[in-house]
Design a protein around this ligand. Structure first.
Ligand SMILES: [Zn+2]
Length: 250
């Protein structure tokens, strides 16, 4: 996608940014983006942006919070998104997953929808960009049971003892700008091998004092290096890009 070792943002809601701003991220700012979607309409926008701009890997999906909002209509929404993925040869489903932390009341419906996506991922060999708030173990068990080839756990703040099995399966954890202030996320960076870490922004989203944005990714790389006591920040950036290329561009 680029020469050299660009910064990588493996989880950004690109459809929420004006096209010109996206072009700055993938152009002057030198980032590659994995752009996730929230519903059918944003999935179409994501595919369109990836077609127009270089340096964007598109993911289509129905976000667990959208499932919560849509109610039973989320089933039909998911079916439309899966058809779109197949028709447009999209290689990734996201943002999908389960959430008991913020929208636990709709967890049964979320499970129904997630199973549709898991079946599609298994049948078509798709990657997953996962939302797992409060459901880390359940999601891990499901993707193993469905024999999913590759998945990224976005903004992982789950149990530290689950990191080893996640890494063992070749899955990755993406580290968010929240790492500067969120204790649990810092512990994850410390506990996980560098080879299993990617960087992300989840932009545009606000976490406490931080306005998430792809331009914060260089700070995330520096923070990872600092937490791990690695002086060569450039080497960390190269390592993260190498992991990204292996998992996302093959
Ligand atoms: Zn997100």
């Amino acid at each position: 996608l680029h020469n050299g070792y660009p910064y990588v943002d493996t989880h950004v809601h690109g459809h929420e940014y004006p096209r010109e701003e996206l072009a700055v991220f993938t152009g002057k700012a030198g980032l590659v983006l994995v752009a996730v979607s929230d519903d059918y309409e944003s999935s179409r926008k994501t595919i369109e942006a990836a077609r127009k701009l270089q340096g964007i890997v598109p993911c289509v999906g129905v976000h667990p919070w959208t499932v919560d909002e849509l109610g039973r209509n989320a089933i039909e929404e998911a079916r439309k998104v899966i058809d779109l993925a197949v028709r447009e040869h999209v290689s990734c489903l996201g943002e999908i997953g389960l959430d008991t932390k913020f929208v636990g009341r709709s967890i049964d419906l979320q499970r129904e929808v997630f199973h549709l996506f898991l079946e599609a991922a298994r049948d078509y060999g798709l990657r997953l960009n996962l939302h797992t708030a409060g459901t880390w173990r359940e999601v891990y068990d499901l993707i193993v049971r469905y024999d999913i080839g590759y998945a990224n756990f976005h903004w992982y703040t789950g149990p530290l003892d689950l990191i080893e099995p996640i890494v063992h399966h070749g899955f990755t954890l993406s580290i968010n700008p929240a790492v500067k202030i969120q204790r649990k996320h810092r512990e994850v960076v410390k506990a996980a091998p560098l080879e299993a870490l990617l960087t992300e922004s989840d932009g545009p989203y606000r976490y406490r004092s931080i306005e998430m944005n792809p331009l914060l990714v260089p700070e995330v790389v520096a923070e990872i290096a600092s937490i791990k006591g690695l002086e060569d920040v450039e080497a960390v950036r190269r390592r993260i890009y190498t992991t990204f290329a292996k998992k996302w561009l093959s």
